[in-house]
Write a protein that binds this ligand. Structure first.
Ligand SMILES: [Fe+2]
Length: 134
């Protein structure tokens, strides 16, 4: 089970729990901090069972995030529901915080969930629904 801030006692500690914007459907309602850190998943909404598909995760899509030694994203992880799919580490300035992964699922696990860790602002989560069809 993933503990998010609303279920925890972490409201005032950005490094406690997982940061999730209140409303990811309405970008205009997000704070600048949320816009900079939300992992945005691009993937098909529906795939056939056993069909390989591409998933892209980006941060700073709605507002640019720094990529310098003192402030940068260190890693991203991708899950289908609670099933771990993979991870990528980044080096400040040299690599951009973008993750591309080819995924093959044979049954539904739940939403795609991406986690991104900023060295100054903690872990952030973005989700995207996905349907597996026969
Ligand atoms: Fe940050």
């Amino acid at each position: 089970m993933t503990l998010v801030k609303s279920e925890s006692k972490c409201e005032n500690d950005i490094f406690c729990g997982i940061n999730v914007p209140e409303n990811t459907q309405d970008v205009e309602s997000m704070t600048d901090l949320e816009k900079k850190h939300l992992p945005v998943i691009t993937a098909p909404e529906s795939v056939k069972k056993g069909e390989t598909f591409e998933v892209t995760v980006e941060v700073g899509k709605y507002k640019e995030h720094p990529n310098e030694p003192k402030h940068h994203f260190e890693f991203m992880e991708l899950y289908a529901g609670h099933t771990y799919l993979g991870r990528i580490d980044f080096m400040a300035q040299i690599t951009e915080p973008v993750m591309k992964m080819h995924v093959t699922l044979d049954h539904i696990h739940g939403d795609l969930r991406a986690f991104a860790y900023c060295n100054l602002h903690g872990v952030w989560m973005g989700k995207a629904p996905i349907e597996i069809t026969e």
